[in-house]
Design a protein around this ligand. Sequence first.
Ligand code: SF4
Length: 378
Amino acid sequence: MRIGAGGESAAGPNCRPADENRKAPERRWQSRDLRLESTIMSQSQVTSIKYAGGRRFYPYSQFLKERFGCKVYKLTVDAGFTCPNRDGTKGRGGCIYCENSSFSPAAGSRLSVREQVDKEKRLAEGRYGASRFIAYFQPFSNTYAPVGKLRELHDEALSVEGVVGLSLGTRPDCVPDDVLDYLEGLARRTHLWVEFGLQSSHDETLGLINRGHTFAEFEDAVRRTQGRGIFICVHLILGLPGESREMIRETAARIAGLGIDGVKLHHLHVVRDTVLAQMHAKGGVDLLGMEEYVLLCADVLERLPPWTVLQRFVGDVQGDSLIAPKWNEGKLRVLEAIQEELGRRGTQQGALYSGPASPPGWADASRKSALIAGKPRV
Ligand code: SF4
């Protein structure tokens, strides 16, 4: 599931050389099991963490600036993949909300990967003065191909000057061990994220939305991906049919316990040409208002570890494919409202996190330690 093209724009003059960012990451943790340290984070440890700009959560822009020394812009790429939930391997028709062309500006591009990256890069350079980029392989399942094909596509993207990392949107059932072995090597060459669509930790919901996998399959994929220097992001949709506030809180707590590096949140959208649109037309879908969504986002943030990076709160829908909900408020207002809600509660990200202070799954232990020690400042 990939909704929207996250963008961190505008490069500053202090970017580290791109080659420096391509060096092999230091492997400070290697545990492939999930033995957790016994130390539990204290409330004072959590509340002593300060985020950039007075935020009450850890934004992706801060993470990237800490890591690269400048803002980094995400460029969306369509590498022509399909999805096992559409081609019949796992299912046909896909998830009930899926219409990839509405989610990704790159969907359906006929340009090569290199041409797409180059084109998007020039646009970002012109608009924002950007100079560092992460190529985001977004539409469909971007690890659903033999290793040789993946290597070819990734090499193309990385050959474009200024590309300092890759982000690969995929499904939990699309990371066999040979692909992970290859990605482990790739993570030594570049900054690498794998973004797993999950949406909910509840199997009854996963069945209802026709995901074609279970939460246990997701946990297995995360465990096999961890310990390889790969950053893991999880996509969650808030407001799925049949889900209560308590179920969403449970999903956040389960994710928190897995040592995930990043999360993308989104409210349920109904877009044209989907099963969800048919359900909506029959009156069978309750959608969130912005105020409800803000409350749920605050609930999720409070339960995530304070070092989990928030990559997105609101996704984009391309063109006129959005049916509902149509909020008047823009992305910025939603972000402000989440910030205000956390302020009203007197809390921040991690306030209700009760897990270990140092889960081995975090792909950059030194960054997390520095954050807790209050060192990173942007
Ligand atoms: S997993 Fe496949 S069907 Fe589901 S949203 Fe992603 S691309 Fe669409």
